[in-house]
Design a protein around this ligand. Structure first.
Ligand SMILES: Cc1cc2nc3c(=O)[nH]c(=O)nc-3n(C[C@H](O)[C@H](O)[C@H](O)COP(=O)(O)O)c2cc1C
Length: 345
């Protein structure tokens, strides 16, 4: 068992990474169904929370079936971070996570996210301010360092543990790397194997198959892994990794029926949480992922992205289900997208 403060997680837990515009309640619901052991919200601006910005407040929505769930905040100002931690506490998540890893320019230039990696003293002060202002367990997610000349995660881990964080998730890249190159897990392993470090250490970066998950578990000895991009359009990654680690066998890929079923649930949850207009619009980017691998699916996808009501979408999904009944989609490698080329995050 792995414990984050009082939160009990199974051995070698699989965490769903926080992802802006992706890890919202509808997406989290389908990841939970498929075995994610701990999930996080998208990152939430501490300044936005204090200003009572609607977008930031909306991201605080969490549901009991999602537990254990962490709310992630970011910011570069101690007072704002402490105040927003108190706001987070009112919605009673299981833990509060601080983002010190986001490489996006608009975040970094304000001294928040990975910008803090340049200034460890500030990082420690921000963390301490949050720990002191809340009774929630506080965790941190960060990168190896700012750039190749400042891969300071070993010092960071010790100092953050000293001010009271209860777990650390490390993405094996520097801020300067953005998403380029391969994630380097050797430094993550060093943090994990430092005898001074008593808190759980979770590795993150580029896990896209059960085989890789098991190999990294054995090679780097981390307490669990966090998965981001590989879960987008493929929430089955969690159950596949679990099954492989427990039995050494590879699960067959999801059937067509399962794919359509999960797509329907995602859609339903999207409408429940976002309302009929935004819910339908924001679901459009997910169809291609769920239906990938079906021959001539383009025609259906093109129709799906123009429809305006749930009933119309459901009818097309019925058609897909009937027309492709029994079709087996071959296992294809999960495509890990470089999101910085495709979207602002
Ligand atoms: C679309 C997108 C949005 C992201 N948003 C966040 C975020 O809000 N907070 C955060 O800590 N990391 C964020 N990340 C980084 C991921 O949590 C994760 O560290 C990174 O994608 C590497 O893991 P992976 O290789 O499994 O995807 C985001 C990544 C992507 C692709």
């Amino acid at each position: 068992m792995v414990k984050i403060d009082q939160i009990e997680l199974p051995d070698f837990p699989l965490l769903l990474a926080p992802m802006e515009d992706v890890s919202d309640p509808p997406f989290r619901a389908v990841c939970k169904d498929n075995g994610a052991d701990l999930m996080y919200t998208e990152f939430i601006s501490s300044e936005g929370l204090i200003r009572d910005a609607i977008k930031s407040r909306h991201k605080l929505d969490i549901f009991d079936y999602e537990r254990p769930i962490g709310i992630q905040i970011f910011g570069g100002d101690e007072e704002a971070m402490a105040l927003s931690a108190r706001i987070v506490e009112t919605v009673n998540p299981d833990l509060l996570d601080i983002n010190f890893g986001c490489p996006v320019k608009k975040v970094v230039t304000k001294g928040a996210g990975a910008g803090v990696l340049k200034d460890i003293d500030l990082m420690v002060r921000l963390t301490e301010a949050v720990v002191k202002s809340t009774s929630l367990p506080v965790t941190v997610k960060t990168r190896l360092g700012w750039d190749d000349n400042s891969r300071n995660i070993e010092e960071v881990a010790e100092r953050l543990q000293d001010v009271g964080i209860k777990a650390l998730a490390i993405h094996g890249r520097t801020r300067a790397q953005m998403y380029k190159g391969e994630a380097d897990w050797t430094l993550i392993a060093k943090v994990k194997n430092n005898p001074r470090i008593r808190i759980p250490v979770f590795g993150n970066g580029d896990i896209d198959s059960p085989q890789k998950a098991l190999a990294y578990k054995e090679r780097y000895g981390v307490d669990g892994i966090m998965i981001g991009r590989a879960a987008i359009g493929y929430p089955w990654i969690f159950r596949e990794i679990k099954h492989y680690i427990n039995t050494g066998e590879t699960l067959p890929p999801p059937t067509l029926e399962e794919r359509v079923e999960v797509c329907r649930k995602h859609l339903r949850k999207s409408l429940e949480w976002k309302g009929p207009v935004v819910g339908i619009n924001e679901m459009r980017r997910h169809y291609a992922n769920y239906l990938k691998g079906l021959p001539n699916i383009k025609e259906y996808r093109n129709r799906l992205v123009t429809l305006k009501t749930m009933e119309e979408v459901e009818a097309v999904l019925d058609e897909v289900q009937q027309n492709y009944e029994g079709f087996v989609i071959e296992r294809t490698p999960i495509e890990i997208i470089n999101y910085h080329e495709k979207c602002p995050v």
